[in-house]
Design a protein around this ligand. Structure first.
Ligand SMILES: [Zn+2]
Length: 331
């Protein structure tokens, strides 16, 4: 009798979890993607330069959405994780730095630039409060050239309003699924990526025990594709975790997405984007990236050129991956 009851319970909790996955999945749609990318890549945001008014407005917008849905701030102080970035300006222009020691050294050494930037961090608490999955995308871009009248505005629709849209939709979907995840899930919107992965570097430098982060999912440019292969998706993942590849293969098989995945297991995924900051401290990563195109890092990277059906399917597939990373008991 007891066995029958336990079996019935296990079955019903499995059915419950499956219903929860689908409930969240159904909230992801192309219209939201158009809204998020459209706002973030508008000329009025002046290219979302880190620490400048357009970048600050982009941050406010992201926070207002998270607040409206009820995705809680991760830090006790609120959604923002503020940090300073400095660089030497004479006799040569140096790299932007965020580590405390570099800040002290550069500020004391003479001519320098200083910018105040903000990561945005939200959380869905899990049953396990000491095990984390982090899902992130940078929201800054290159700003604008002096001649903004003649379209000197770097809109950064693909790079990386598309990635921000994916993370926002995944956060909303996981919340609306109604299921408390097994692990605690952090949604991160990085500032200063274009100036040298500054936001993610700062976050990792101030995080205790990286081994508690079970996985980091990164989104950087997920809305376009190469001219000769527009549905292409580079799917990078830490080679020691072949399961990350198996998950996507299974979901592609089952749901038939419109993108074409190129599986790229990577033994040391420290390059390219914010995944690097996490890989350097041994956190397993996944990085979705639809590759270069002629508008990359040009003012012409605009919202009207985004392939929304493709962005939608990448967001859906990534939501399923995030669900597994957050809920699979062992991996
Ligand atoms: Zn980028």
């Amino acid at each position: 009798m007891a066995a029958v009851v336990i079996a019935a319970f296990l079955l019903s909790s499995e059915v419950y979890a499956q219903k929860a996955v689908e409930r969240g999945y159904a909230t992801i749609n192309a219209e939201q993607a158009r809204n998020y990318v459209g706002f973030l890549a508008d000329d009025l945001l002046q290219g979302r330069d880190a620490g400048m008014p357009g970048g600050l407005i982009a941050g406010r917008y992201i926070v207002s959405l998270l607040k409206e849905w009820g995705v809680e701030p991760f830090l006790e102080s609120g959604y923002y994780q503020p940090f300073e970035a400095v660089r030497v300006t004479e006799p040569y222009r140096g790299r932007w730095e965020v580590h405390a020691d570099s800040l002290t050294r550069i500020k004391g050494s003479g001519a320098h630039n200083l910018r105040c930037m903000n990561n945005i961090l939200a959380v869905i608490p899990g049953e396990r409060t000491d095990e984390f999955v982090i899902i992130g995308a940078h929201y800054d871009h290159l700003g604008y050239a002096c001649d903004i009248e003649n379209d000197g505005c770097y809109n950064g629709a693909d790079d990386n309003a598309s990635g921000v849209s994916a993370v926002l939709q995944i956060a909303k979907a996981m919340l609306l699924s109604g299921k408390k995840p097994l692990r605690t899930v952090i949604f991160a919107f990085w500032d200063g990526e274009e100036k040298g992965l500054l936001g993610s570097k700062y976050f990792v430098a101030n995080w205790q025990k990286p081994e508690r982060i079970k996985g980091y999912m990164n989104f950087d440019m997920v809305g376009r594709g190469p001219v000769d292969n527009p549905r292409y998706l580079k799917y990078f993942y830490t080679e020691a975790h072949p399961l990350f590849g198996d998950w996507l293969r299974a979901d592609v098989e089952e749901r038939g997405f419109c993108f074409l995945p190129d599986y790229r297991p990577w033994d040391n995924p420290i390059g390219g984007s914010d995944n690097g900051s996490f890989a350097l401290v041994g956190v397993p990563i996944v990085w979705y990236h639809t590759d270069g195109h002629p508008d990359y890092h040009r003012p012409s990277d605009s919202a009207d050129k985004i392939d929304y059906p493709k962005l939608l399917d990448i967001t859906r597939a990534a939501y399923l991956c995030a669900w597994r990373m957050a809920n699979e008991k062992d991996f």
